[in-house]
Design a protein around this ligand. Structure first.
Ligand SMILES: [Fe+2]
Ligand SMILES: [Fe+2]
Length: 146
C-alpha cells in the first residue's frame, strides 16, 4: 500500500466503519474497502502526474476523499436499495458520514458527494474531486471486467 495512504488515512482504515466496508460487496468479487484503497492509489498516481503540469492538489484530500468516496455503501438501507437509487443515495450519505465521523474538509466532502458525476447532475468543484472521479471510473471498469 502507498505510504501516503497510511500517512493520511490510518484513522479511516482503522475505523469500525471501514471494517464494515471490508464485508460490503462491490463490483462483483470486490469489497467497498479494497476498491476504495485501489482508488486512493490510482488517485495519488494521477495527482503526481498532474502536479507536474501545475495542477494544485493535496495528497491528503486525494487519500481521504478516495477512501471515503463509497463509505455511504456501508449503510445497510443504502446498500440494499436498487442500483438506480443507490447511485444517488450513496454519495449523499457518504458525504454526511465523511463529515460527521471523519471530520472531512470541504474538498473531501465535495469529492465524495460528486464522485458519481455525470449520473448526478452537479460535477465536482475541486481538482481532487475530478481526480477521484476519474480514478473511481478507471478502477470500476477494471474491477467489473475481472
Ligand atoms: Fe460510488
Ligand atoms: Fe467507487
Amino acid at each position: 500500500m502507498d505510504k501516503k495512504i497510511l500517512e493520511f488515512g490510518t484513522d479511516i482504515l482503522r475505523s469500525e466503519r471501514f471494517q464494515t466496508a471490508k464485508q460490503v460487496k462491490h463490483h462483483k468479487k470486490h469489497t467497498v474497502a479494497d476498491h476504495s484503497i485501489r482508488v486512493a492509489e490510482c488517485a495519488l498516481r494521477m495527482g503526481d502526474a498532474l502536479k507536474k503540469k501545475g495542477i494544485e492538489v493535496e495528497d491528503s484530500d486525494l487519500v481521504r476523499g478516495a477512501l471515503l468516496h463509497d463509505i455511504g455503501m456501508t449503510e445497510e438501507k443504502v446498500h440494499e436499495s436498487v442500483s438506480f437509487v443507490k447511485c444517488f443515495t450513496h454519495p449523499r450519505m457518504g458525504a454526511r458520514i465523511a463529515e460527521r465521523e471523519y471530520g472531512a474538509n470541504k474538498v473531501q466532502r465535495n469529492s465524495v458527494r460528486r464522485h458519481m458525476w455525470p449520473a448526478c447532475i452537479i460535477p465536482p468543484l475541486f481538482a481532487a474531486g475530478w481526480i477521484i472521479l476519474a480514478a473511481d471510473k478507471y478502477c470500476s471498469v477494471k474491477e467489473l471486467r475481472k
